[in-house]
Design a protein around this ligand. Sequence first.
Ligand code: C2E
Ligand code: MG
Ligand code: MG
Length: 333
Amino acid sequence: MRLFQRYAARICRLRAVFDEHLYAVVTVAIASSAAGLLAASLIASRDTLVRLIALSACGAVVYVGYRVRPKARLRRAARIGLRRGEFHVVYQPIVDTRTRHCVGVEALLRWGHPKFGAGGPGLFIGELEGTRLLSALTCFVLREANNALSQPPFPQHWHISVNICARHLMEVCFVEDICGSAGPMLERLVLELTERSCVERSPRVVTALSHMKQRGVRLSLDDFGTGFSNLDLLADFRFDYVKVDRRFLAMRGEARMQFLKSVAALVHALGAKVVVEGVETAAEHDVVQHLGIDLAQGHWHGKPMTVEQLRAFALATASINTLHDRTGTEHGA
Ligand code: C2E
Ligand code: MG
Ligand code: MG
């Protein structure tokens, strides 16, 4: 009874915090209590075999509980982290390949956990996929970017790209969430959608995206070539940008040239611009420029940076661009 009361109190504490965690705890708690009762009655038995079975059942329950909890723990920690201000946003420049001027930035999420340290989205986005928390994090990214980039020295013509998760797109509140959080930044907002986000081409997704387009928001198809039904998607949604995943730039030889050239021709025929991700060297920049790729993003042009670093970057590039415009000379990034 005492065991049950302890779990019940714990469940009540968690209910307001996180639904999935509640589910996991309820499962483990009920299973543990049931197994505990069963084990207690069976262990009382004198039969060794019965005792062995009872102990293995307990072991199995503990193992299942252990396996279930890390994911739920991460989600709970992220929810608490969002409230405690453990998340921040970094910005990576997107440049025009011809002029090498920065024309926009992609806002990327970072989590600085007090115990586990700094973490890129690869460590947690996948685990949070499909939860409402990821929608809340998107709103956080939009608010942060709007607050950070709406003042000089940040050029107001820079577009701001934000990654959108599939579940958020399906929610009734999607348009309201984006418009409310982006504020005046809405007109220079680019929503980056992956193929996975659009797979569900439900009327709701189509309506939500056309609402966004009516408000001047641009759409970008992220990680092109890494999922499936790419060509379908290009035909169904009017994307403004198509971002080619960096693995295609990393290909060697003629295959890379042919692939990038064909993608550029296709995307241009549909009236969109091509962005190539993962430009890490001057030679790679030359390749994408030579192939008529419109925009590039990569470490060679600038790694993801904090808002302070981006401020210094904006000031430095503004003076280089002025010099370039006055003298008509080329400059490296
Ligand atoms: P993505 O949207 O394709 O973002 C580009 C990723 O490539 C970023 O990794 C960026 O740091 C990395 N990158 C850019 N240039 C280079 C390069 O030259 N070399 C190499 N090796 N890497 C480069 P990051 O920040 O770790 O983000 C990974 C993915 O996490 C993103 O891929 C995006 O799908 C997701 N993500 C990031 N922030 C958010 C967010 O706020 N919301 C959602 N839903 N997803 C996010
Ligand atoms: Mg992206
Ligand atoms: Mg990408």
